[in-house]
Write a protein that binds this ligand. Structure first.
Ligand code: ADP
Ligand code: 5GP
Length: 211
């Protein structure tokens, strides 16, 4: 059976990169979809780690060749999920987490009905502003632009499967990890292992609980 897809969205500064890095460290067998972007690297970001940083020309060429599952234009920069990297990891049975905006998330859900969509919220707009300013990677104008879009962006949370509020970092990381781990215990994920462990088990479909 292939892996599961976990799509994490949230306004810029809600803590997606921070929490995903912690969850990836703590959960084994979890792949990550590294997006391509035309944005410049921030701080310690490295090519091939957080993103593949490419020029607009390279991005547009990839787009023409149909190499993206989905793309978005955010704050004037292009972002895209590479089709081959997601499909390869899923086929290997890896679960994948991805950090994409709501348009990307809904596109992924259309294509992969079983994808789980998780929305990360800050505890308040003030906290979001403080975190964006503290991160120091965006100019005050860029922070203002990101904040002015945050409320509209956050309204999309009602279409997601799960909400995680990132007040305390440890607690939010535990919430996200719990969502991923509980998905791994679903009947459809576990029953091949159960059959392997107990080959003599009779299968009585009438006793199956509804999923
Ligand atoms: P995103 O990837 O969603 O844009 P980041 O992960 O870059 O957000 O987080 C934005 C800033 O907020 C970073 O400086 C990060 O260290 C900080 N941050 C993240 N979560 C918390 C938290 N729970 N409490 C305080 N600061 C946080
Ligand atoms: P940032 O520049 O802060 O890393 O990301 C800006 C926005 O782009 C965030 O909302 C992030 O989720 C989104 N994003 C990052 N990669 C992708 C992608 O491949 N596809 C889509 N649709 N959005 C992305």
């Amino acid at each position: 059976m292939g892996g599961s897809l976990f799509v994490v969205s949230g306004p810029s500064g809600s803590g997606k990169s921070t929490i995903l890095a912690m969850v990836r460290k703590n959960i084994s067998g979890l792949g990550y979809s590294i997006s391509h972007t035309t944005r410049k690297p921030r701080g310690t970001e490295a090519d091939g780690k957080e993103y593949y940083f490419v020029t607009r020309e390279v991005f547009e060429e990839m787009l023409r060749k149909g190499l993206f599952l989905e793309t978005a234009d955010n704050y004037g920069c292009l972002y895209g999920t590479s089709r081959s990297s997601v499909e390869r990891q899923l086929e290997r049975g890896l679960d994948i987490v991805m950090d994409v905006d709501h348009r990307g998330a809904f596109g992924i859900r259309e294509r992969y009905g079983a994808a789980r969509l998780i929305y990360l919220l800050p505890p308040s707009l003030d906290a979001l502003r403080d975190r964006l300013l503290k991160r120091g990677s965006d100019s005050p104008e860029a922070v203002k632009k990101r904040l002015s879009m945050a409320l509209d962006e956050m309204a999309n949370c009602f279409s997601y499967d799960y909400i995680v509020i990132n007040n305390d970092l440890e607690a939010a990381t535990t919430d996200l990890a719990s969502i991923i781990l509980s998905e791994r215990c679903r009947l459809d994920k576990k029953s091949p292992l159960v059959r392997e462990l107990f080959p003599g088990l009779a299968i009585d479909d009438s006793k199956k609980t509804k999923s």
